[in-house]
Design a protein. Sequence first.
Length: 587
Amino acid sequence: MRTIIFSFTILFLLSFGLFSQSDRISKLETNLKKANGIKKINILNDLSEAYLNHDVEKSIELAKNALEKNKNLNIDKNLKGNLYNTLGAAYFYKKRYRKSLKYYEKELEIIKQTASNKKEIIKALYNIALLYQKSGKRAKASEKFENSLSLAKSEKSHDLILHNYIALYKLHEKRDKAKALKYLQAYVSTKIEEFEVTSKKVTILRKRYKKEKKIRKKTEKALDESEELTETLIIDTTKKAETIEFLQLEKRFTKMANEQERKINLANIELKNAEIERRKLQILLFSFITLLILIGAVWLLLLYRQKRKANKLLYEQTEEIKHKTIELKEKNTEIIDSINYAKRIQDSILIPEKEIRKHLPESFIYYQPKDIVSGDFYWFSKIKDNIILAAIDCTGHGVPGAFMSMIGNTLLNEIVNEKSITKPDRILKLLHIGVMAALQQTGSDDSADDGMDMSLCTINPHLKRFQYAGAKNHLYVIQDDKLKVLRANFHSIGGRPIREDTVVNFTSYDFMYDANTIIYMMSDGYMDQFGGENDKKFNSRRLKKLLLKNRDLSMLEQKREIKQTFSNWKGANEQIDDVLIVGVKLK
């Protein structure tokens, strides 16, 4: 209930103040219409001050109007200083600190010339310091506050001393804790000193009051005695003159005592009124703080409830995420286990490299899957005097590619090992038909793009002869320090042809070779890898240079160079595809 009464009281006081100010503005505007000359400038000054808390723009306009009229009239410097002060305050309210500073400095110049009371200079210096602080010029602000403080000390102006101590404390609070503490201690010391002075004054007044009380009692006693003396003097006429003189003195003394007592009573009343006002202020302040605490408590309670609700929701979501994460982890583990098992199956169908070297001593296989299982694979078989070697790149990589590799491996075993077909173009033709049948693909099906690209060689070491056929993957041949490219047909194994009426056939190359002949079969993973300084593809041009550069090395040394070059080129980039390179030095 007290809080409500306090709120209404504040609103009433504000409304009353605004009404009074509005009434004052109306009177000033009425007087302005009638005024001329210096009187008009004075009214403009009063109006600009009145508008300061209502309409800042209007206040600025009126103050500037008054200064403009001053160009033709020699107005009082104090009035000019007031106008500068109003403009400084107005621009301060608008947060235009540079302009505000300009007018406060002009005001200070005038005050220094005219002010008999140095308190005005102290206030002006304080305002200027405050503006430097707002503008971020801490050194300048500190200097002006110190000037203001020094002058306030010389004038023994406690209020202004305290204002400057607090301002300096706030200025240094964040950047220089030691200096800030020094000003805070000085502020507290000054406050204590002020309290002690006030306390001494009260003590003196109380002593004086007690003393005057004693005097009053003596006076009353003296008056009683004077009455008895008067009765005696009526009888004893010889002492009449002395009695009259004594009564006059007593009367004057009584008058003086009464006057002194009245002053003491007035002082006591003032002290009591001050105490009452202080208590009222404390009650108002306590009520206001209590209201703020209540509002803060309600706000904190609402925040707490919202936070508790949010935390509950977050906890539920976290638990759900944990549960899903565990499920995903379990499923992921199952999938990884399955893929690892598939890798063991895939590895089992690949002939070991050292087994191939028994038949082709100068050879290497660089095999680098992108994922656990691969869509690239190599295939080897020996039928009588013929060695069949192939490098195959299936559609996709990872699990899809691995499935294709299993189909390809099965069909190659059937075509070569069971049917004893060794001619490369014939092998690729039958493999193409087998993949189409296995995947149930037709040329008219838009989705029939699954298949494989490959290079396949049939080598006869006894006849020094090799045959090659390719599906999109070319064969690189180094002979007499020159690199040649045997072009593959532009058809994938199992992929749909460019036109429906196209008959898919493969071209076979047939060569005799000598001891200086090296052949390379590969997928496109090595050449398509991004890396290097500009994050570009390695491409076929760089691969050709690499193969020519290392042609005189042994095949195992060539493999190491190829592997290291790929690693350096890739760097921190992700491997984008499976990589397979098969190299054979024919003997």
